[in-house]
Design a binder for this molecule. Structure first.
Ligand SMILES: NC(=O)c1ccc[n+]([C@@H]2O[C@H](COP(=O)([O-])OP(=O)(O)OC[C@H]3O[C@@H](n4cnc5c(N)ncnc54)[C@H](O)[C@@H]3O)[C@@H](O)[C@H]2O)c1
Ligand SMILES: [Zn+2]
Length: 354
């Protein structure tokens, strides 16, 4: 087997590797932890993943403790964080300890926030186990939790020492989570890697490790260019302005990845409607999404409600309707002041009668 060069991310102070391969939890992670001679290794995971991957991992690590939280976004809160601080202290964690976040994006965000704040910050390792976390959430240093008023309203930037993505763990990932992760892979391809889209379509819905690496590389490229999110990192918002509105208006009945898929279809349509790209782009994007069994149409929501929800978008400075659109595949562009009528028109064309 060819030895894979690890991807690396240039963080705030130093660079860190992103290792994507099966078996990395059993070999790369224990080696890394031993090298650093941490006083303790605290593995934070959830009740679903603890028996599958958490317990074997703490067995393989020196001086390790497993801390388990309930599964689900509803537990990504300050309440859980304060329970975690108490558990860290009870486990004897100190400034020379390391926190390892083992799970999907919920665990990575929350464990990273704990590592960023416990004793003013201790070492952190991301061990993503969902496709979405491998290609998106574990990269870029954003960590945080939700408030009752909204998602990700409290957080920090915390670079990990490494991202260790053991792709063997994906075998147990539920099918719906696969598809949601694929929506972010399609997004990465549309932003910066056109051949990745063809590759995905040829190989079907089960992405190989190199697909994950390529999607991760797109995110790495953008966050390196723009660590604090003033410029090109905003391209990562492709499909997300529509997507967040769909999640909200549906009361989160639409999962994030499904909503992003619909949002990618909407962004492609809006690009075409405004004459930014050649006609045919929207059809191409929609057939790619459909081939991956992702939604490109909706029935249950009202276009005006979606427009209203978009106006609360954190990224619409001063309320101007700003969208990431496409000049073509691999050519994103930020377009401010898109008129309401244009957006509503696109939303109408994507709505089908029940
Ligand atoms: N920090 C960032 O830059 C960033 C970027 C994107 C998303 N996020 C955050 O990520 C979160 C979403 O992440 P997610 O989609 O991974 O959701 P998640 O963490 O809730 O995981 C989805 C489900 O899959 C399960 N799961 C994960 N890996 C598994 C495996 N290998 N086998 C079996 N089950 C497994 C989890 O237990 C959970 O039930 C959101 O909170 C979002 O805000 C953060
Ligand atoms: Zn997303």
């Amino acid at each position: 087997m060819a030895v894979q060069q690890p991807l690396t991310v240039q963080g705030a102070a130093s660079s860190y590797p992103v290792i994507v391969r099966p078996g990395a939890l059993a070999d790369a992670l224990p080696v890394l932890v031993r090298e650093h001679r941490f006083s303790r290794a605290i593995v934070i995971t959830n009740t679903t993943l603890a028996p599958l991957y958490g317990e074997p991992l703490v067995e393989a690590l020196p001086d390790a403790t497993l801390i388990t939280v309930p599964d689900g976004e509803q537990h990504k809160t300050l309440d859980t964080v304060s329970r975690l601080y108490a558990d860290l202290l009870a486990a004897g964690a100190d400034r020379s300890s390391v926190v390892i976040g083992l799970g999907g994006g919920v665990i990575g965000d929350m464990a990273g926030f704990v590592a960023a704040t416990f004793m003013r910050g201790i070492a952190f390792i991301q061990a993503p186990t969902s496709l979405l976390a491998m290609v998106d959430a574990s990269i870029g240093g954003k960590v945080g939790v939700d408030l009752p008023q909204g998602k990700n309203l409290v957080g920090a930037f915390k670079d990990p020492l490494a991202v260790i993505a053991d792709t063997a763990t994906l075998r147990t990932l539920p099918e719906i989570e696969w598809r949601c992760g694929l929506a972010e892979v399609v997004k990465a391809a549309l932003i910066a890697d056109p051949p990745l889209l063809d590759h995905l379509l040829r190989h079907g819905p089960e992405p190989a490790d190199d697909v994950i690496r390529r999607a991760a590389a797109v995110k790495i490229g953008l966050v390196e260019e723009d660590r604090l999110e003033h410029g090109p990192r905003a391209f990562l918002n492709l499909g997300h302005t529509f997507g967040h509105a769909v999640e909200q208006v549906s009361g989160y009945a639409w999962k994030h990845g499904e909503a992003v898929a619909l949002g990618l279809a909407a962004a492609a349509r809006l690009s075409e409607q405004r004459g930014l790209c050649a006609s045919g782009l929207a059809g191409q994007v929609e057939s790619a999404l459909a081939a991956l069994r992702l939604p490109t149409r909706y029935t249950d929501l009202d276009p005006d409600d979606l427009w209203r929800a978009m106006q609360h978008d954190k990224k619409w400075r001063g309320g101007a309707a700003t969208f990431v659109l496409l000049h073509g595949i691999g050519q994103p562009v930020i377009v401010p002041d898109v008129p309401r009528e244009d957006v509503i028109e696109v939303l109408r064309t994507l709505r089908t009668e029940p």
